[in-house]
Design a protein around this ligand. Sequence first.
Ligand code: NDP
Length: 333
Amino acid sequence: TMASVPSTMKGVVINKNGGTEVLEYKTDLPVPKPGNGQLLVHNDYVGVNFIDTYFRTGLYPAPQMPYTLGREAEGTVVQNGSGEQYGLKEGDRVLIMNESTYAEYTAANAVKAVKIPDGIEKKVGVAAFLQGLTALTLIREAHHVKKGDWVLVHAAAGGTGLWLVGLLKAVGANVIGTASTQEKVDLASKAGAGHMINYSHEDVKAKVMELTKDAGCIAIFDGVGKSTFDLSMDCLARKGSMVSFGNASGAVPPVPIARLSAKNARLMRPTLFGYIATREEFEHYTNELFGFLKDGKIDVKIHKTYPLSDAGRAHNDLEGRKTTGKLLLDPSK
Ligand code: NDP
């Protein structure tokens, strides 16, 4: 309760865009006050996502400076603001999807907060949250994948990639994944990719065409961006969906729409936030995600939990392609 909330906290802010040297670890940031429709949440674990690096570099503009990075956390409600709280109360263990989670406390919008069901272990909820919801909404809405569909997933051993592979396997798709090392190939195979291609030394297009008997893939989930876009278009089936959902290798340059006519292709550039904009959509997908976690069908892979003071190392490892699965931060350290 109120008395136990300190006035200052640890957190990571940026004052300008750049490399990891612009990440400033502070121990005296003011603890935010929850406003209308907000909860004050004490963060136990914070998820690291590629989008955090985009805000750091300036690929996506920060709303203001100084800016506290972060998009998700797992923690405990310590104060309620005013207004609609969706039944969440002090002491509840919650997942929050909110900006400024690279800190001990976040004033989080209750509309994007959800109680963690019993039986989900610590760290697992936040390790699953943003990336699992991304994968789930992509396979349901960007391209509704059906049993037997041939689907290509780039960076299949990454955080979002492993979720895509696991969920696609669960719906009975034929999953072809790409990854850059043997270790990653093995991990994604174990997660359910029927076919893995090591794009460091194998010809992805040739292998995809061989596996699909020259038809190509009906859906392509490409979070790598710039370096794989052309390859993905080459691997696409007639009437297929090219789903470009990220920029790990850089932003995709503008595409002339005439390029889509060769295969009557659909081209999409979706974000998770556009699929869970309403409370109803958010609850629908979080409930479905929790269902997958409770079934135990998805093995949530946590790469490592870094101290918050080492957020720079986490960014370097993620951008340096050194990680598999989810990176977390511990804001108490
Ligand atoms: P990952 O854990 O997937 O890490 C990125 C992976 O991308 C690397 O491990 C690497 O795998 C691959 N990669 C290929 N080329 C590069 C490169 N030049 N630099 C860095 N990585 C490269 O990260 P996330 O799961 O956090 O995110 C994956 C993608 O999904 C990102 O583009 C992210 O922005 C996007 N995303 C989009 C969302 C949306 O709403 N649209 C939501 C969540 C994520 P390998 O070595 O095997 O190639």
